[in-house]
Design a protein around this ligand. Structure first.
Ligand SMILES: Nc1nc2c(ncn2[C@@H]2O[C@H](COP(=O)(O)OP(=O)(O)O)[C@@H](O)[C@H]2O)c(=O)[nH]1
Ligand SMILES: [Mg+2]
Length: 435
């Protein structure tokens, strides 16, 4: 027997209803010992009403082999969602011979049984963890195979070139040499597709991982007020006293469909106060870590020399935010793409700021390769470059063949076809129990 029968709750505790899943060859046999009345002629995709061995009652849903998430025979039990109800049923099933599932083991089985490729299995985790609509859209698209099919096409293209070269080596008399110009063109095409996927992966990072935005600037500019305005609650203390914020405050919220981590910091100024000085050091550290810096100034004061000096030191892109425009006699003139005049009191300009954040994203109707995928795509693209150079420099065919094989190996690490057990363990251990 390749697989044993595993069990775990597949819902988070605390809901009105909780679900326990059994998967593996003995699922129905064990279900029969833990659910009454068990049907005489059980069928897949059927709900049965009854009681569980732990005294709770609810529904049992059966799946036949090859027709479940794991592609194994499975059973799911829906009961009241208290942690004790779920745990006692799981304990009972373990006493009957099931084994507690490891984190990610259900999805790993779906992968090992051929129900999903590795990128789709990763997308299952992304779907479960999605925190924004854009994350959900892109996870859904990978899960149903958008990346899989793009990679599949690339693999076929490379394989057909590889086959052509190998045939020309083995049967050179019958076939003759392959035309390097045609082969180079085909490989170039392939590399362009890889590179556009790599760009999507890089640009899509904000969708996948969120955007860290550090709110920096002189004291009293309204940094904490801006944080509060975007969160829609009084999270950070706001007062007219300069130096109110001394430690940084970090909160995440969805802006323009993106998960933004907003970090409100202590105002930058010379300070004799030890705590405030430490806070200012932390502000600079946060600025160094951020994807984007929102540099907030009081619009009635404008930018000082010290502001210019500070801004010069930042590595991340800086968006300038003149605040308190409600105090200006005439509204600020239309500004460049990185200046967003606002008033946290009247909310003027806040929408424009949100819209600019929304523009940081890529179209999420397609799959967005994650960091791991992007690394392998890059390695595959580099190998294709070597293969193309090899053709042009009339390197021996077996060298070109080696580069093409490396490219295929790298793509196989994304789909999982060339993944080692170590890699699989690493990926699936990041899943939660029950996934
Ligand atoms: N008139 C006006 N006052 C504001 C605005 N935003 C903040 N303030 C005031 O400016 C002072 C400093 O605000 P705060 O958010 O604590 O600034 P921080 O030190 O940069 O965090 C407070 O008295 C706020 O009420 C605004 O848009 N318009
Ligand atoms: Mg503050």
């Amino acid at each position: 027997m390749l697989f044993d029968t595993i069990v775990a709750p597949i819902t988070a505790t605390g809901g009105a209803v909780g679900i326990v899943r059994l998967s593996g060859p003995d699922s129905w046999k064990l279900a029969e010992l833990a659910f009454y009345p068990f049907p005489e002629a059980p069928k897949g995709y059927r709900f049965y009403r009854g009681s569980f061995a732990n005294g709770d009652d609810g529904l049992m849903l059966l799946f036949e082999e090859k027709k479940s998430f794991t592609h194994e025979q499975s059973a799911e039990f829906q009961m009241h969602g208290s942690s004790v109800s779920l745990t006692t049923l799981v304990e009972h099933l373990i006493a009957l011979g099931a084994r507690m599932a490891r984190p990610g083991e259900f999805t790993e089985r779906a992968f090992l049984n051929g129900g999903l490729d590795l990128s789709q299995a990763e997308a299952v985790n992304d779907t479960v963890r999605a925190a924004t609509r854009k994350q959900l859209a892109s996870a859904n698209s990978s899960r149903i195979g958008a990346l899989t099919s793009e990679l599949g096409e690339l693999e076929s293209l490379i394989i057909s070139q590889l086959a052509g070269i190998e045939a020309s080596v083995d049967f050179s008399e019958e076939i003759g040499d392959i035309d390097p110009e045609i082969a180079t063109k085909a490989l170039e095409q392939c590399r362009q597709k890889l590179d556009s996927l790599i760009t999507r992966g890089k640009r899509g990072r904000f969708v996948r991982e969120g955007v860290r935005i550090a709110i920096i600037g002189p004291p009293n500019a309204g940094k904490s007020s801006l944080l509060n305005a975007l969160l829609g609650m009084q999270r950070a203390i706001v007062t007219p006293i300069a130096g109110t914020t001394r430690d940084y405050v970090e909160e995440s919220c969805e802006i323009g469909g993106l998960n933004c981590i907003l970090i409100d910091t202590a105002g930058l100024r010379e300070s004799q106060d030890m705590i405030e000085s430490l806070g200012i050091q932390r502000s600079r550290a946060q600025a160094a870590d951020a994807d984007i810096i929102w540099y907030v100034v009081d619009a009635t004061i404008g930018l000082t020399d010290q502001d210019y000096e500070e801004i010069d030191q930042f590595e991340a892109p800086v968006w300038l935010i003149p605040n308190k425009i409600d105090l200006l006699e005439s509204p600020p003139s239309t500004q460049s793409g990185v200046t967003f005049p606002v008033s946290t009191i009247t909310s003027a300009g806040i929408n424009d700021l949100s819209t600019a954040v929304a523009r940081l994203t890529v179209d999420t109707s397609g799959a967005i390769p994650n960091r791991r995928h992007t690394q392998h795509l890059q390695a595959a693209s580099d190998s294709l470059t070597c293969a193309i150079d090899g053709f042009n420099m009339e390197h021996p065919s077996d060298l070109v063949v080696t580069h093409l094989r490396v490219a295929l190996f790298e793509l196989g690490l994304i789909s999982g076809s060339t993944a080692s057990q170590d890699l699989l363990d690493r990926i699936f251990s990041e899943f939660c129990i029950g996934k």
